[in-house]
Ligand binder design. Sequence first.
Ligand SMILES: [Zn+2]
Length: 59
Amino acid sequence: MSHTPELPERYVCDNCHVIYAGTVTHEDEEFHYSEPTECAACGSTHFVIIEQYARHKTQ
Ligand SMILES: [Zn+2]
């Protein structure tokens, strides 16, 4: 899997489909992304990484 630290991971709210940039931290010479804790729009805590979103929705 290619790694592109310049671009933050993006997450889609599973409920209302708002897209969030992942929270980025820099540790041990690597960038790490984490999903939002809660959707600001609907309060859902379920997020899907955008690259997996289409597959997630069609299964
Ligand atoms: Zn939402």
